[in-house]
Unconditional design. Structure first.
Length: 99
């Protein structure tokens, strides 16, 4: 563990705390409907953070980060599988509501 709390470590730990809190909130409230406003706000916050990151560091570090070693590829695959699982659960519900 690093001796000092860097801004990057603080951001990573903050994301972990909020991620665990979200998972617990969902798991401990089975049957409760989702909150579209909260989901939209979280998505907007994530998009804003992504935009700031791309504006300050560019896109090339993303490619380098995910192709430099096995951990980078593992994280890339985690992202792809997470997106696939999300679409697996969301798309049938969205299609059913549409018509």
């Amino acid at each position: 563990m690093p001796e000092t709390l860097t801004p990057f470590l603080a951001l990573a730990l903050g994301g972990l705390v909020f991620g665990v809190a979200a998972i617990l909130a969902i798991a401990l409230r089975p049957g409760m409907p989702g909150n579209a406003l909260l989901a939209g706000a979280l998505s907007a916050g994530f998009a804003a953070f992504t935009a700031v990151t791309i504006a300050s560091e560019g896109v090339i570090p993303v490619i380098l980060n995910h192709t430099t070693n096995l951990w980078g590829v593992q994280v890339w695959w985690d992202l792809l599988f997470s997106l696939s699982v999300a679409f697996f659960f969301v798309l049938p519900r969205a299609r059913a509501r549409r018509g």
